[in-house]
Design a protein around this ligand. Structure first.
Ligand code: IVH
Length: 669
């Protein structure tokens, strides 16, 4: 065998191996080798392909799956542009739309799915590329992420030979969406506003985080077979059937409609029926069924003339306002919330509606006891649209903002020029403190898992925390006495708190919750000043001179550090050993939210999800250290199955012990 043959043979072997392991990983959810072993096969193949392009298989799966840094997705040109749709809002507009070009019969009606559009390419029945719509002409290559959607077939049933392109919508089912939001709220994270945002946020993950796609779970429905004619298909109705016969999921909610009358019946029928579906729809897409005419009928620059979207009006319902409650946010702003007589709206039971602010209530003249119209658009929280004044009985009560905070009794202030009313008691209002703790512990802040809504409330109600740094003084005994906190939870939170101490400076600066300062502004401040003392001593002018920081933020930051209590808080964090200055590598670690900052880990016992070597590699890649023996310098002992003497020693020395699950939590987020 000459050298070339040896390389060709090795490449063939690698193609086979990678296909086999990719199938186990992506389709069977049951990998035999570690991610790093898999990556090294891909790397070896990539190198060989560069050196011996004559032996490369052009459309092989891994060109998209492995090795490519996914932070910035590659660009993809859509050969056939991915157009949008024109909208119509009533039957007249619908009839005009088609009437103008004399299309009066033979349509297919489908529900309009509220997700994100993607294009999938199959070659000889194998999924080889998937991309987003982007601007319609150029999208992003999301192949490796789309691979992680279970309902997206990686191979077609009875595939045609050659290349086909299909298009459809990636979505998150309502069930998954509700579960995820519940967990996010418990963890003090901001819930997703709607399933579409959740789906989009989930799909655009870097390679490093793409396990999230599997964990959260996405789905896909296809509705468009590009170049259907080439496969001998003449109508959209047949195309939809073709898709599902070949294993591509389609929605059940579609019908052939002979006349526009039938179309309108379909639209009316599904206006309510759609709430029984497990995914969000916001209209009906009506397509002229004979697709052989589509080209001739033509398109504008952004939308076809052979199809249109009928958008349902936002859903509305009438109900009664039972009470107007006040919630107090992290920065003390009072927000009125209407408590409603429960009413069904958009498939769910609604009991609360946002009222924005006092001015809005006055403008709409909303009173307690009023019958009101509530509306839910794409967002999950409904709003009060208007009052049904004809239903007034005279017993309704005009709402006024309280003069004192319902949580701490401080006198409420209204800053001239602002619509907001505020509780000025930043230091000890329990409502503000609860929100501040949640924010402090959130992902962009100190990323303390487990410390969400419930624990934050419990801590404040039990009087255990008066200021943020108090959280770090709490012992096991303090946590375990909280309502519904068991030993496992107490240990978990304690280990999370310990870890959080080594987060980069930018996380702490974000976590402090300075008014108007989120993660972005905090990064700019850290970059400019480098450490907390420089920031504390900076003048308002210097702060506002930073590009990206306006005068409002500068004022808030400057004011924050003029407050004695805030300075004490910073000193407390200094004494606890927090990072109050930048160090090299911060930004990368901050990005992943999990710097281990030289903390020393010892592993003992057997881990079930990875080898100890892999666990060690992971720790090192996150900036931590691994040692073989336990000493007073050890920060964490990770105890797997049958852990022995090292565990005993750790217990004697009082070193934090993590279960495998706790360790996984530490490294995965
Ligand atoms: S057909 C050339 N069918 O709605 C037209 N689109 O507002 C191809 N959409 O970009 C689109 N459900 O992302 C079609 N059953 C359906 C759809 C659908 C949702 C989306 C699609 C499109 C957007 C336009």
């Amino acid at each position: 065998m000459n050298d070339n043959n040896i390389f060709a043979a090795r490449m063939n072997e690698l193609y086979g191996l990678i296909e086999y392991h990719a199938d186990l990983y992506y389709n069977k959810d049951n990998p035999e080798i570690s991610d790093s072993e898999y990556d090294s096969l891909v790397r070896e193949l990539n190198q060989l392909e560069k050196d011996y392009p004559q032996f490369a298989r052009k459309d092989f799966l891994t060109h998209k799956v492995g090795g490519v840094p996914n932070d910035l997705f590659a660009k993809v040109n859509h050969e056939v542009p991915m157009l949008s749709l024109d909208n119509v809002f009533d039957f007249d507009e619908l009839e005009n739309f088609f009437g103008r070009i004399n299309l009066t019969s033979d349509f297919t009606c489908e529900m309009k799915i509220d997700g994100l559009a993607v294009s999938l390419i199959y070659e000889d029945g194998n999924f080889i590329r998937g991309a987003t719509r982007g601007n319609g002409h150029v999208g992003e290559d999301l192949t490796s992420n789309l691979m992680l959607i279970d309902s997206l077939p990686k191979k077609l049933i009875n595939p045609p030979s050659g290349k086909i392109e299909v298009r459809g919508e990636v979505l998150m089912t309502l069930e998954r969406f509700n579960n995820i939001n519940k967990i996010r709220e418990e963890n003090g994270e901001t819930p997703f506003a709607n399933p579409r945002n959740a789906a989009a946020g989930t799909l655009r993950q870097s390679e490093r985080n793409n396990h999230i796609i599997k964990e959260r779970g996405l789905d896909i429905f296809l509705y468009y077979l590009v170049d259907a004619e080439k496969l001998g298909i003449n109508t959209q109705f047949e195309a939809l059937n073709w898709l599902s016969e070949h294993g591509l999921p389609t929605q059940k909610a579609f019908e052939f409609c002979k006349t526009l009358d039938d179309v309108e019946k379909f639209i009316s029928k599904w206006e309510n029926e759609r709430h029984k579906l497990n995914y969000v729809t916001d209209g009906v897409v009506i397509k002229f069924n004979d697709l052989t005419q589509w080209q001739k009928i033509g398109s504008t620059s952004h939308a076809p003339k052979w199809a249109v979207a009928f958008k349902y009006p936002p859903e509305e319902a009438k109900t009664k306002i039972l009470e107007i409650k006040i919630s107090v946010g992290r920065t003390g702003v009072l927000t009125p919330v209407a408590v409603l007589e429960p009413v069904r709206l958009g498939g769910t039971q609604v009991q609360r509606a946002g009222l924005h602010n006092a001015d809005d209530i006055a403008r709409k003249d909303i009173r307690v006891g009023d019958v009101v119209k509530v509306r839910k658009a794409a967002e999950i929280i409904p709003e009060v649209v208007e009052v049904d004044k004809s239903a007034r009985t005279g017993g309704e009560k005009i709402f006024t903002m309280p003069e004192r905070c319902p949580f701490c009794n401080s006198e409420i202030v209204k800053i001239p020029g602002e619509v907001a009313f505020r509780c000025p008691n930043r230091a000890s209002c329990p409502a503000q403190l609860k929100e501040s703790i949640k924010y402090f512990a959130s992902r962009d802040g100190m990323n303390i898992k487990g410390l969400g809504n419930r624990l934050a409330s419990n801590l404040v109600d039990a009087g255990k925390v008066k200021t943020l740094s108090d959280i770090y003084k709490l012992k096991f005994e303090d946590w375990i006495t909280l309502d519904k906190v068991r030993e496992r939870m107490a240990n978990f939170v304690l280990s999370q708190l310990e870890l959080s101490k080594s987060r980069p400076f930018v996380n702490l600066l974000t976590a402090l919750g300075i008014r108007d300062v989120g993660k972005n502004a905090a990064s700019l401040l850290v970059e400019h000043f480098g450490n907390i003392d420089a920031l504390i001593n900076a003048s308002e002018e210097e702060i506002s001179s930073i590009e990206g920081i306006g005068s409002v933020i500068a004022k808030s930051v400057h004011e924050f550090f003029r407050n004695e209590e805030n300075l004490i808080l910073i000193e407390n964090f200094r004494n606890l050993g927090f990072n109050l200055s930048t160090s090299r590598g911060d930004s990368a670690i901050a990005e992943s939210g999990k710097g281990l900052n030289n903390q020393i880990f010892v592993f003992t016992g057997t881990l079930s999800t990875m080898t100890r070597e892999e666990a060690g590699e992971k720790v090192k890649s996150l900036g931590g250290k691994v040692s073989n023996s336990v000493s007073s310098k050890t920060d964490f002992v990770v105890a797997g199955d049958k852990a022995g003497s090292k565990l005993k020693k750790a217990e004697t020395l009082g070193i934090k012990i993590l279960s495998e699950q706790e360790f996984l939590n530490v490294i995965q987020f």
